[in-house]
Design a protein around this ligand. Sequence first.
Ligand code: CTP
Length: 429
Amino acid sequence: MARILLGVCGGIAAYKALEFVRLATGEGHAVRVVQTEASQRFVGAASFAGLTGAPVLVGEFERDPARGAFPDQAPPDHEPLSHLELVANADVYLIAPTSANTLAKLAHGLADNLLTSAALAATCPVVVAPAMNNHMWEHAATQGNAALLRERGVTVLEPGVGRLGSKGEWGAGRLPEPADLLAAVHAATAGATPTAAPDTPAAPHLVGLRVLVTAGGTREPLDSVRYLGNRSSGRMGFALASEAASLGADVTVIAANVSIARDPRVRYVDVETAAELQAACEAHFAATDLLFMAAAVVDFRPASAHDGKMKKGEDEALSLSLERTPDVLAGLAAQRRQGQTLVGFAAEHGDGALAYGRDKLARKGVDAIVVNDIGRKDIGFDVDANEVTIVTAGGERHVPRAPKAEIARAILTEALALRAASPPVAEGA
Ligand code: CTP
């Protein structure tokens, strides 16, 4: 049994906080609730008071009839300061939903209402469950605030991906389900510091979907020791695969010469050349729902590879005869079936990047092209950060510089949105 202080911010997801209280009190936990003023526009204090059996506080100067005690405690015989007494008595402080505004205040130590003052005074574990519009969640400021709080030991739960509160909106920003919030509370009070969020409602959205990712760069042999290749590390593809696995997908990666750590939840097929990559893709494609073609496929290969090691002899120069490799992605797109979503990648330099991306979208017959600017040193090859623009028939979406894991989530969100916009037609329909 734990004493749970629940902070509720303004947002459509506030209704889920009621269900959380019902679950928590049903398990025998003692719950007190503090609300922001804005949250009262969504859910009234009377509902929380009824479910917790204790007064609900909003203002810092409001008198607490329970004098900071939880329902299982006798009130003290003095009048303590609510924001200090409530957190002093609590085993855990859960803020759910946490709005973007409150997240920013928490990150920067602002204490301008009872909810934020209590957070500043809390010595118990603090669990923050953000819920907001996907663009607000993905904004660099919000991401920075979440990272800052995590660095300080606050558990910031990852919001789920899916249908959002406002009509027609889809993306990352859903409040985890009440049962997941309770699991996070259990983990926090058990002394565990969960690094990953518990399964959020995001999970069901990729459960049952088969995701195929290509990653790395192909190598085309010149002789038995030399090859034509490129600098792709495979990080972006691997990040996509791990993120998809976290969301419950069945994931296969076709890895072209990738030497970074592997995710035990993902199946890997290793290949070296464009021809091997093509064969592996062809073998897996029919059973794929979502394809992410992140591999850098060498466009020209030596027309014939030399047997053994080429000797330079007296030659001052060497001419190579090269031939085109197959366009694997365009080949797969030509045989796509209803219900498959195809995403290609384009590494481009500078100004014309988006125009090239748009051209590839049409030329390759895919649903989206993820364009990144390889002219920049701070993103792209061998760097754990990226900044991309996702080009679709409906427009362009810029994803600001972020770790590749976050870029991966944004790409998955976009791919899911594309699927939602053109749902798979049932066979025989
Ligand atoms: N691609 C592919 N097979 C190739 C070349 C590229 O499947 N032989 C895929 C890549 O994996 C990527 C997308 O096509 O998802 C775009 O790759 P890119 O090299 O930018 O495209 P190209 O058609 O080769 O265009 P460019 O003329 O810019 O080289």
